[in-house]
Design a binder for this molecule. Structure first.
Ligand code: ATP
Length: 376
């Protein structure tokens, strides 16, 4: 399977810059996800690869074949690209059987009838629906229809699979099952896949690499672990997984620069970080809810570093864990913990290694700010 190379892609609708120098390469057989909030340009990027949208400038190639190069005024139409695409809506023909739905792309490619039947059965077998080949779409569940849409995209052996939120019409449970199934299928087929979603859990679970997009930019490209553990900006930390943010001022830096002392909310904290900062810098400290420890205020087992007094506001029991909202000064801090039954005054400890430091100019969205502030 070939690489996909997207170079300096720009798209302008009227005076709205929707893609701003988007640039990435997807490796052979990779599951690559475009992740970001609604309107950030994910679908436009995917549609440019598919040929459904013409970029204002830039180039796209798959393997040795160039599909778009605006400098050379080259544009290969969608039907000349041999890419498989699945949309959120599945786009199945309601009055055609499943087998006939799959026959459509083969008829367009003038495949003979015997070969059509073989390819249709092979594709339906891959998605586990061969026994339902004569049914109509309305006689199938949402999950089955989603598999048919995928089989239809695979039936002509596309070089790359393009998936635009293909699981978002499924309910939560089915969606999780479909996610695991899709991952196995993609690995078995080894097909290079570009996946669009605004669902961070889906992106983390499915992808070899994720590109986080915001306002037409690609902010960070990395493996799920890199994106989650070492987000490039506070915005990425806020968007991928949950995160607590605290505004702080640097009051001391060790000679090696590895540890900082910070003052936040009138409390002192020590943080280990590779970031280069100097005394007086205003920074944003980010820490994931599961990296915080919380114990009753009178528990003497609490370690000495970064102990912060807090008060339990709400407790949510989620079966395998408890989630707490704690009041720390004027802020709400979210903590995930195995231990239930915490109430009233508690102590929170922050592991110096668990904190991420960002420049304070790296402004958080108003939504993130609102989430973290205690209402008056
Ligand atoms: N044909 C068009 N004409 C004008 N503006 C458009 C057009 N298509 C998309 N846009 C705008 O481009 C921006 C990016 O849209 P796009 O569909 O790529 O976002 P997205 O990240 O996929 O969002 P969503 O998850 O909601 O689909 C949006 O502001 C959208 O309104």
């Amino acid at each position: 399977m070939p690489d996909v190379k997207v170079s300096n892609l720009n798209k302008i609708f009227g005076d709205n810059v929707v893609l701003d120098n988007v640039d990435f390469t997807i490796k052979d057989g990779e599951f690559f996800t475009l992740l970001g909030p609604s309107g950030c340009g994910k679908s436009t990027t995917l549609n440019c690869i598919a040929g459904l949208e013409q970029p204002s400038s830039g180039a796209i190639s798959v393997g040795d074949t160039t599909f778009v190069d605006t400098d050379k005024k080259l544009f290969v139409p969608p039907e000349g690209r041999n890419l498989g695409m699945v949309f959120q809506s599945y786009a199945l023909w309601p009055h055609k059987t499943i087998a006939d739905n799959l026959a459509m792309p083969l008829q367009i490619r003038k495949v003979d009838k015997t070969e059509q039947r073989r390819l249709i059965d092979e594709a339906l077998d891959k998605v586990g629906l061969l026994h339902l080949r004569e049914r109509y779409p309305h006689q199938m569940s949402g999950g089955q229809q989603q598999r048919v849409a995928l089989a239809r995209a695979l039936v002509y052996s596309p070089s790359v699979l393009l998936l635009d939120e293909p699981l978002s019409n499924l309910d939560a449970k089915l969606r999780e099952q479909a996610r695991a199934w899709l991952k196995r299928l993609q690995e078995d087929l080894g097909i290079t896949t570009v996946y669009v979603t605004h669902d961070q859990d889906e992106a983390l679970a499915l992808s070899d690499r994720i590109a986080v997009m915001s306002n037409g930019y690609m902010i960070q490209v990395g493996t799920p672990t890199e994106i989650y553990e070492t987000p490039a900006t506070a915005e990425v930390a806020a968007f991928v997984g949950r995160c607590n943010f605290l505004e702080a001022t640097v009051t001391d830096v060790t000679s090696t620069g590895a540890a900082l002392k910070l003052e936040a909310n009138g409390q002192q904290m020590t943080v280990d970080t590779p970031e280069k900062v100097t005394v007086g810098d205003h920074v944003t400290v980010a820490v994931r809810p599961e990296k915080l420890a919380v114990l009753p205020a009178d528990d003497t087992a609490m370690p000495g570093t970064n102990v912060i007094s807090a008060e339990v506001l709400t407790t949510s029991y989620l079966g395998s864990r408890f989630e707490y909202d704690l009041k720390v000064g004027d802020h709400v801090v979210q903590v995930v913990n195995d231990r239930g039954g915490l109430a009233g005054a508690v102590n929170l400890t922050v592991d110096p290694d668990a904190c991420l430091i960002f420049p304070q100019a790296d402004v958080l969205s108003e939504d993130a700010q609102a989430l973290l502030t205690v209402a008056p």
